[in-house]
Design a protein around this ligand. Structure first.
Ligand SMILES: NC(=O)c1ccc[n+]([C@@H]2O[C@H](COP(=O)([O-])OP(=O)(O)OC[C@H]3O[C@@H](n4cnc5c(N)ncnc54)[C@H](OP(=O)(O)O)[C@@H]3O)[C@@H](O)[C@H]2O)c1
Length: 247
């Protein structure tokens, strides 16, 4: 790797939900940029596999587990993440989705959606952004969704969580950017990850590019926003959706 490729050399990045999908791809790309990556998730086997993959490429990573539906675990994760040095980059990627008729969504699943997609990023930012500010700055990237912008039948609650996350992104940018902490979001369109491939493929066909994305294509945008290459970018939500929200 050349020095220009390693834009995050010496930085520490915490990627939530890095045991799978977009988070995994992001952890690998951030490590290629020289960051020491904290791979977070619940599944320790998959987490250690990501750590091993990064190590094989010559990168640095460690795994931390936490169930983000539990606020006590969120606090513990934030504390443990800071043990090897302050976190410079936080990628709030972990999340869950649910699609179906509004009348079919039970209260427990509704709460689980908002706990994972809204409450967890909120309290991770609450724990880490002030520390980043005290440390001279940092970058936070929240993984939202095009479902937060367009009306997808069956996606009212999920879209609600992601629209909330983009609103919080703007407010956090206003709160923390003056202290050097940039806060942005990426709003992916359909991405081939763990979720139902047929639904993803059908949604992909409705985009201007006529296809769904690979996780790496979203990770590229997250990595850009995390890095000094995006030094003048804060408070924005970047659509990585094959043009779907342009129409
Ligand atoms: N795939 C898409 O089409 C798409 C489109 C737009 C936005 N997004 C957003 O992108 C993000 C990543 O999605 P993905 O498709 O890559 O998901 P994925 O492959 O299902 O991975 C989800 C990750 O989140 C973690 N996670 C979920 N709930 C958690 C909890 N309560 N505590 C701790 N970790 C938790 C999982 O950890 P374990 O597996 O270790 O339990 C896993 O690492 C999500 O926020 C999603 O809403 C996805």
């Amino acid at each position: 790797m050349t020095s220009t490729e390693q834009s995050l050399s010496g930085r520490i990045a915490l990627v939530t939900g890095a045991t799978s999908g977009i988070g995994r791809a992001t952890a690998i790309q951030l490590a290629r940029q020289g960051a020491g990556v904290i791979v977070h998730g619940r599944d320790a086997d998959r987490g250690e596999q990501v750590v091993a993959e990064i190590a094989q490429e010559g990168g640095k990573a460690r795994f931390l587990t936490a169930d983000l539906s539990d606020p006590t675990e969120i606090r513990r994760l934030a504390d443990e993440a800071g043990e090897g040095g302050e976190v410079d980059v936080l990628v709030n990627n972990a999340g869950i989705s649910w699609f179906g008729p509004t009348a079919d969504l039970d209260v427990a699943t509704y709460d689980a959606l908002f706990d994972a997609n809204v409450r967890a990023p909120y309290f991770l930012v609450a724990a880490l952004a002030p520390r980043m500010a005290a440390n001279g700055g940092g970058s936070i990237v929240n993984v939202a969704s095009m479902a937060g912008t367009i009306g997808l039948a069956g996606g009212a609650a999920y879209g609600g969580t992601k629209a909330t996350l983009t609103a919080m992104t703007r407010a956090w940018a206003a709160e923390f950017s003056p202290s050097g902490v940039r806060v942005n979001a990426v709003a992916p369109g359909p991405v081939f990850t763990a979720a139902d491939p047929e639904r993803i493929e059908a949604l992909g066909a409705t985009t201007l590019l006529g296809r769904a994305a690979q996780a790496d294509e979203i990770a590229q945008v997250i990595t850009f926003l995390s890095s000094p290459a995006a030094a003048y970018v804060t408070g924005t939500t970047v659509a990585a959706d094959g043009g779907r929200t342009a129409i």
